[in-house]
Design a protein around this ligand. Structure first.
Ligand code: AMP
Length: 122
């Protein structure tokens, strides 16, 4: 899949639409999900134009990859989720129901998150 520069997260990265920012560094932006599925629901995205985890793990630099995962851990600690627990999730492609075609890692926390996967195939 080629990268769509008009996807919603590309627009957030360009400052064309607002976000509730929680973290930014050279390679990473993180912000609150607009439709939270848990008391804490943060999206962590690379600034580079990567469609999904498959693209990112093939084409991103080691520095970009390290920055993204360091940011996930740092953000989880900063919102107090490291002690009580949290879940990270990244939907990749159609079977995973990825809606926004710019790589994002969801960070969920703040309540018991239940079983790992829903039993439906929705
Ligand atoms: P996914 O299904 O993994 O692609 O998740 C896309 C996520 O992006 C959903 O949880 C949406 O609620 C979230 N989302 C869509 N538009 C925005 C936005 N403008 N700001 C923050 N989160 C958004």
């Amino acid at each position: 899949m080629s990268y769509d520069p008009d996807n919603i997260f590309a627009k957030i990265l360009r400052g064309e639409i607002p976000c509730k920012k929680v973290h930014e560094d050279d390679h990473v932006l993180a912000f609150h999900d607009i439709n939270p599925q848990a008391p804490t629901h943060i999206l962590v995205i690379p600034k580079g134009a990567y469609t999904d985890m498959d693209d990112f793990t093939q084409n991103a630099s080691d520095g970009e990859i390290a920055s993204l995962f360091r940011a996930v851990g740092s953000i989880a600690r900063s919102v107090g989720a490291a002690e009580s627990g949290y879940r990270i999730l990244s939907n990749c492609g159609a079977n995973a129901h990825q809606e926004v075609p710019h790589l994002h890692i969801h960070v969920f926390a703040g309540r018991r998150l239940g079983a790992m996967l829903a039993k439906t195939d929705g």
